[in-house]
Design a protein around this ligand. Structure first.
Ligand code: GAL
Length: 678
């Protein structure tokens, strides 16, 4: 049997956040009928219900949750039951003012919205544990319980806390990490600007200071706050797991959010769940960014099926202007998640609120009610389609190209005082991802510790922070026959933000067969050109130019502008059984695409379908079948060329032979007759 993300649910998961505490109980009965009509099989409940459940410390009112769980069970709908710890009741702040988070400028964040807790607060953690034990004790064995949803989007509003409590916890964490102050001073390079620490009590989190803070301190603080947040999750998870070892436990991730290392956190969830809110006005850029986020999230779950825990049916309420999704776009977004390996599609939220800060946020049942609503009609249609697509459950995404992303690299790269602030941990991977996406080449996102051996090509964009261990893994990968593509400003510092001397990227010089002497960061709007040696073709570049010397590498392209003229800009080097390419500058997207396509072709990687503007293609597979996803991100109908593929449209059962007609924002899944050609 195929692995199910939620063992109690066969087929694909469908549903949303359900906040019945905002409604009289008679509405709950109407909800059950409507949920069945829509094909809903899972609802997330109690996410923000703490003050309703525990109005005074230790005084619990779970009766309504029992009634709700029973009602769900009677109606054959499962619960993704949250332990309600994301929004503490007002009494928490009244009794324990130090549980409130504090920012870099010493400002306290008060109750009145949500997420007003410091992850290092012992009082918060103690009450969270008590509440979680109550949930576990009361609902273990309940027939409706299918998933535990811990907290909600940890760190989304309050990624950092710099309170006195947090400072103390940071010191304790550093003592554990470094053992002695000498070791810490050494790692932090504190002889710079008179920063030598002579007593642990002198250490502060990175609070507001006159100018550039010590970058090694900042980087360690990022690691610490990630760990402190993860500790909260792990403590809650442990309680739930002990009570219900068979019920999967997860929390909802926030995609490309910076403050948490989801690649590490992904080891601690039974399946990855994440919340995706692409801007309907964002056009193709937004489609690509969302594809990157889906891929990143899948990578954090080591390629296993995951669940889209939240999306909106139409409009959110938190952008300056909140555009609706035209007909078909919500379906397209849902199919995009499936195309990237989701086994479940859920929404925030089931019923639109009448009051509160999110009353203008979209829902499956909008304010106008279900009968007359386009949105509810689309929700019901999607629910039906997901039933037909149930065979996809358990299949995984296939790709032979990997792209490396690493949270620690991003934290380090985005600290201040760099040669340029135009490089960051999302734009650089996105630059390569976009080129692959537009050419129908599926990509797997890998972390620095993934097994790389199954990929023909590995792209490593701007891996500024590179540990010895990562450099060794890249070296082994090429040695064993892999094709590695590394881009500018990689391998510059180690894990303590200390420069690797002797020519960048010191640890990969022998693999790449070159050394970088200096670089020219370019302001917005400034371009450089380079010429491909083989064809004479002129390529354009911007943002960054490394000035390098080859020591063994073959020069594929040279700069043609000003004093860089004649210096190498693209190189490749034979190392062991493989090839190591170096991209010294940021190529214009079209130029990157053409260069990359050729380079990938040499490594035996070809587009899944003929590349077509705005058309996304991915492949999911299981032991018996391969499913080709074709998505039209344009607002115009398209006849999509599929090359030599043939198969059956999974939804309608029609044969599909080398072409597929899609309406605006259309999407289809084709069960292929043949195996992909090599
Ligand atoms: C998410 C959050 C939900 C809801 C939603 C609105 O970040 O988890 O509770 O607020 O945003 O888009």
């Amino acid at each position: 049997m195929k692995r199910r993300v939620v063992p109690k649910i066969s087929g694909l998961i469908y549903g949303g956040d359900y906040n019945p505490e905002q409604w009289p109980e008679q509405v709950w009965h109407e909800d059950m009928a409507l949920m069945k009509k829509a094909g809903v099989n899972l609802v997330t409940i109690c996410v923000f219900a703490w003050s309703r459940i525990e109005p005074r410390p230790g005084e619990y009112d779970f009766d309504w949750v029992h009634r709700l769980m029973d009602l769900l069970a009677e109606n054959g709908i499962f619960a993704c039951l949250a332990n309600a710890t994301a929004s503490p009741p007002h009494w928490m702040a009244r009794l324990y003012p130090e549980s409130l988070p504090v920012d870099a400028e010493g400002r306290v964040y008060y109750p009145g919205s949500r997420q007003h807790y410091s992850v290092t607060s012992r009082d918060y953690r103690r009450h969270v544990a008590a509440l979680t034990r109550e949930f576990a004790r009361r609902f273990a064995g309940h027939p409706a319980l299918a998933v535990w949803h811990v907290n909600n989007e940890y760190a989304c509003h309050m990624p950092y806390c710099m309170s006195e409590n947090t400072a103390a916890a940071f010191r304790a964490w550093l003592r554990e990490r470094y053992g002695t102050l000498d070791a810490l001073n050494e790692a932090w390079g504190t002889t710079f600007w008179s920063q030598i620490i002579s007593d642990w009590e002198e250490i502060l989190p990175p609070r507001k200071a006159p100018t550039q803070l010590n970058p090694a301190l900042q980087l360690d603080y990022h690691r610490f706050i990630h760990q402190a947040t993860l500790e909260c999750y792990l403590a809650e998870k442990e309680i739930l797991q002990a009570a219900t070892p068979d019920i999967p436990i997860t929390t909802n991730f926030v995609g490309l959010m910076k403050s948490l290392d989801y690649m590490e956190w992904g080891r601690h969830v039974d399946f990855v769940a994440w919340d995706s809110y692409p801007d309907p006005n964002g056009g193709l850029d937004e489609s690509v960014l969302n594809a990157l986020a889906h891929s990143w999230m899948r990578g954090c779950g080591r390629g296993q099926p995951w669940v889209l825990m939240e999306q909106v049916t139409s409009q959110v309420n938190w952008r300056p202007v909140n555009s609706l999704k035209p007909p078909g776009m919500m379906r397209l977004h849902s199919y995009q998640a499936l195309a990237h390996g989701a086994d479940g599609i859920m929404f925030f939220q089931w019923r639109a609120s009448r009051f509160g800060g999110e009353k203008f946020h979209g829902a499956m049942v909008p304010h106008v009610g279900p009968e007359r609503s386009r949105i509810f009609r689309e929700v019901c249609e999607l629910g039906q389609e997901l039933k037909t697509l149930a065979v996809l459950q358990g299949s995984t995404v296939d790709s032979s190209v990997a792209l490396m992303m690493d949270a620690q690299n991003r934290w380090a790269l985005e600290l201040g005082s760099k040669p340029s602030n135009r490089l960051n941990g999302v734009t650089e991977p996105l630059h390569f991802f976009r080129a692959l996406w537009q050419n129908a080449i599926p990509v797997e996102i890998v972390g620095t510790d993934h097994d790389l051996s199954r990929y023909r090509v590995l792209v490593v964009p701007t891996l500024y922070l590179m540990t010895q261990a990562t450099a060794q893994r890249l070296r082994d990968y090429v040695q064993a026959g892999g094709t590695l593509i590394v881009s500018y400003f990689s391998g510059i510092v180690n894990e303590h933000e200390q420069i690797q001397l002797g020519g960048y990227p010191a640890m990969l010089r022998d693999v790449l067969g070159l050394w970088v002497e200096e670089w020219q960061p370019l302001p917005e709007g400034v371009q450089k050109t380079l010429r491909l040696n083989a064809t004479g073709q002129i390529l354009r570049a911007h943002t960054w130019c490394d000035l390098l010397h080859v020591e063994g590498a073959e020069v594929l392209a040279t700069y043609t502008s000003d004093f860089f003229a004649g210096r190498p800009a693209l190189t490749r080097h034979r190392f062991g059984q493989g090839w190591a390419y170096y991209v010294a500058t940021k190529l214009e997207p079209v130029d990157l695409e053409s260069w990359l396509l050729n380079t990938l072709a040499e490594a035996g990687v070809h587009p899944l379908i003929p590349p077509q503007e705005g058309i996304e293609a991915t492949l999911r597979m299981d032991q018996d079948h391969r499913y080709l996803f074709i998505l039209n991100h344009l607002d115009q109908a398209r006849e999509v060329e599929l090359g030599t593929w043939r198969g059956v449209d999974l939804l309608h059962g029609h044969p599909v032979v080398s072409k597929l007609a899609l309406p605006p924002f259309g999407a289809a899944v084709v069960r292929l007759d043949t195996l992909p050609s090599p």
